[in-house]
Design a protein around this ligand. Structure first.
Ligand code: MG
Length: 384
């Protein structure tokens, strides 16, 4: 029986992970759950999965929650989440937390848990060098859940991890693929959230609309698979059938295909290196008339170009890119800035940043704070 900690259990990845886990009652047992503030759903998950402990990041909610769940160990706040990871035994952790707040929980997990099923990309963007180095040192396996990275991971398994020439990171192009460059100014949060292929959380949906998501995924792939930026090509693939591809030195190209259902990459990470039956819909090739692939228009999606550039520069640039993006996306979702301001503000913040070179965890956290503060300063100017 494998004990699994599910972090971010009330989010899109977390609920899918629990769905997968529930189908293997004699293989997996939930040891702990964590939520940000959705204690209603967390209560229902506790009844169903009976974890030994839970953690609620919102401290006020955590205290209320503890009063009504007296028999359960309830950890509160961001520090509480790390304490739970340290103290409650698990064989594997599923990281479904969104954004940079996953970084410290991941670093804590690396010191305690042997297998990390990772859906969060922001932490890898911020501190990929450190995460990969520590994981190697501690012999911790990082199993990607992000669908593209799971696809690459699955394709690479065939080559035993070597002989890779390049990877093709595919993306559907998001909800604004057909929107003209001129019309982008008028894009509302509602429009940006309306992803054609995947049902996802709000932040990642906006990132898909700006294609920042694909940009963050380029940086994520660079770290997870140890590839130079020039060996990572983004392809727009509107049908979203091919989830990514790997080209080997002998000219052979492998693709991983299937339905757009996050339970596939989640289950692969959980059952790796084996495979098992899943509830996803049978794929029907005869219904697909054609598959299209083309290069993205970087002038229409400047966030993708910025991410490439930040990855080439390295150091704390990717961290600042991510920090700034988290702030502007939040402002956009609140209706305070235009869609096209997202890229403009991040660009200005990156232009003001000075990297100190080869950052440690402290410098990364400092760059994250700096990126957020600088973004807020610039946004105040945009507002007034
Ligand atoms: Mg993805």
């Amino acid at each position: 029986m494998q004990k699994i900690a599910v972090l971010g259990s009330t989010g899109s990845i977390g609920t899918s992970a629990l769905d997968v886990i529930s189908r293997f009652p004699d293989r997996f047992k939930v040891s702990s759950l964590s939520a940000n503030s959705n204690t209603g759903l967390l209560s229902r998950q506790i009844k169903r999965f009976r974890p030994r402990a839970v953690s609620v990041v919102d401290k006020r909610r955590a205290r209320e929650f503890a009063k009504t769940h007296r028999r359960l160990r309830v950890y509160e706040g961001a520090e509480g989440l790390c304490s739970m990871i340290r103290e409650v035994e698990a064989d594997m952790v599923v990281v479904g937390i969104v954004g940079s707040s996953a970084l410290l929980p991941i670093m804590t997990a690396i010191s305690r848990i042997r297998r990390i099923a990772l859906a969060n990309k922001e932490a890898v963007v911020m501190a990929g060098d450190i995460i990969i180095r520590e994981a190697r040192k501690k012999k911790v396996s990082i199993l990607p859940i992000d669908s593209e990275h799971s696809a690459i991971f699955q394709c690479m398994a065939s080559g035993g991890g070597s002989g890779v020439k390049k990877i093709y990171l595919t993306g559907s192009g998001g909800p604004l693929l057909k929107t003209s460059k001129k019309e982008l100014r008028k894009v509302t949060p509602q429009m940006a959230l309306n992803h054609p292929k995947w049902k996802m959380g709000r932040k990642i949906s906006v990132d898909s609309a700006t294609m920042m998501n694909k940009g963050l995924e380029v940086i994520e792939a660079h770290h997870l698979f140890g590839l130079e930026v020039k060996g990572i090509e983004v392809l727009i693939h509107p049908e979203a059938v091919v989830h990514s591809m790997v080209e080997f030195v002998d000219g052979s190209i492998l693709a991983q295909m299937g339905p757009c259902d996050m339970r596939v990459p989640i289950q692969y990470a959980l059952t790796y290196p084996g495979r098992d039956v899943s509830p996803v819909k049978q794929f029907n090739f005869s219904k697909i008339k054609a598959l299209h692939f083309y290069s993205p228009d970087l002038s229409k999606f400047p966030c993708l170009e910025m991410a490439y550039e930040a990855c080439r520069c390295g150091g704390t640039y990717p961290c600042v890119l991510n920090a700034s993006n988290e702030i502007v996306v939040r402002e956009f979702l609140k209706g305070r800035i235009r869609f096209t301001d997202i890229a403009k503000v991040i660009q200005r913040v990156l232009g003001l940043h000075r990297d100190s070179g080869n950052p440690g965890l402290e410098e990364i956290l400092e760059a994250d704070r700096w990126g957020r503060e600088k973004t807020k300063e610039i946004l105040n100017v945009v507002h007034s």
